[in-house]
Design a protein around this ligand. Structure first.
Ligand code: SF4
Length: 369
């Protein structure tokens, strides 16, 4: 399977935890930027003519901050340059502080059929603390506009002053207003972001407190009928994000725009994070790739193990054999023995036990020591 990702790097203002390629003071360049993205797509047209793309994901940044006509033109450009499956999943990320009935009507009209809304927390003070531009009421307004649509809500835990009860209430709010998919991510204080100071000052919840919030969230989600299909992703039956499932299958994808990464034909490559550089490259009829790495056979196998063990279904040993020609349980018998308390092994699958998924990184790393 293959997907398309497009990065829209504009936001109204910068959240205090954000280290994505997003430029709050550059919205005036949106039109030129989108023209470059359409051009970049056209340049990849021939190279990707044999692919049928099953997903298109418009992420950011805040795609909903730019004029909705650019989004409609973007979907049209994707359809014009590439073969998009008839039932393709087309997702747009939205910030509740930037939506309107008109925007959502345009999105639906141009074929967008999945919406990913950044709620983060239902506590207004916490939203303000992390620099989000919206309130809980604006989320509710947005959710009402999306009534009956396939929509996901992002929830964060580990915020300053947040309790497990706050996380549970946020999840209940998202579910009550119709979210059929919830992504629950731990706040990661990256060096260089304003929130890193709070982290250094010991003002953020510690690892145990964050784990307690996550566990409380997982329980609430279960009670509300959401199934976990990846460590941070939960959904009602059949509402998995096909775009993300492809990442965890080590599938192929092509990225367009600043900072977008791609994985085509066992080569991983990434575009520049610098907006001016992106303009310069595309306008001079070049690509904007800053690094590219061919993944060798060993690397492909490692990636597959790492990605599959993040998922609730785990690693399918038959599929592993068909891909890499080896018996997973035999090849990794020493690791499987050492990690026995953390793993669940059935005839055809190896997965991390539910209760240890939150700390999957420290378990997965053992496979490569
Ligand atoms: S809305 Fe998202 S991309 Fe924009 S600044 Fe906030 S976290 Fe970063």
């Amino acid at each position: 399977m293959a997907g398309i990702y497009v990065h829209i790097p504009f936001c109204k203002s910068k959240c205090s935890y954000c280290d994505f390629a997003s430029f709050p003071d550059k919205l005036c360049y949106a039109e030129s930027y989108m023209a470059c993205v359409y051009r970049e797509m056209a340049k990849r047209k021939d190279e990707l003519k044999d692919y049928t793309f099953e997903t298109l994901y418009i992420g950011g940044g805040t795609p909903s901050v730019i004029d909705e006509r650019y989004i409609a033109m973007l979907v049209a450009a994707a359809k014009k340059n590439f073969k998009l499956a008839d039932d393709a999943e087309i997702t747009i990320e939205m910030n509740p502080g930037t939506v309107s009935a008109g925007k959502i009507a345009t999105y639906k009209k141009c074929g967008i059929n999945r919406f990913s809304v950044g709620l983060q927390t239902a506590v207004d003070k916490q939203l303000a603390d992390i620099g989000r531009i919206h309130t809980l009421n604006e989320f509710v307004y947005c959710a009402k506009l999306l009534k009956g649509e396939n929509f996901s809500a992002d929830v964060m835990f580990g915020l300053k002053g947040q309790t497990a009860e706050d996380v549970v209430n946020t999840i209940k709010t998202a579910a009550a207003f119709g979210a059929s998919h919830i992504s629950a991510y731990a706040l990661t204080p990256e060096d260089g972001t304003p929130i890193y100071t709070d982290y250094l000052n010991g003002e953020l919840p510690d690892g145990d407190e964050a784990a307690a919030m996550y566990n409380a969230g997982v329980e609430a989600l279960k009670t509300l009928g959401f199934e976990r299909y990846e460590v941070s992703n939960f959904c009602k039956k059949g509402k998995e994000s096909r775009h993300n499932l492809n990442y965890w299958e080590r599938g192929e994808y092509i990225g367009f725009g600043v900072s977008a990464s791609s994985h085509i034909n066992n080569v991983r490559f990434t575009n520049t994070f610098d907006l001016d550089e992106y303009f310069k490259c595309i306008c001079s009829d070049n690509f904007a790739v800053i690094n590219s790495e061919a993944i060798d056979a060993e690397g492909q196998e490692e990636e597959y193990i790492m990605l599959r063990l993040r998922t609730a279904k785990g690693l399918d040993t038959e599929k592993f054999k068909s891909l890499y020609g080896a018996d997973f349980k035999e090849k990794y018998s020493a690791q499987l023995k050492k990690l026995t308390p953390y793993l669940e092994c059935t005839e055809q699958a190896v997965k991390i036990k539910d209760e240890f998924l939150f700390v999957q990184n420290s378990i997965i790393v053992e496979f490569f020591n």
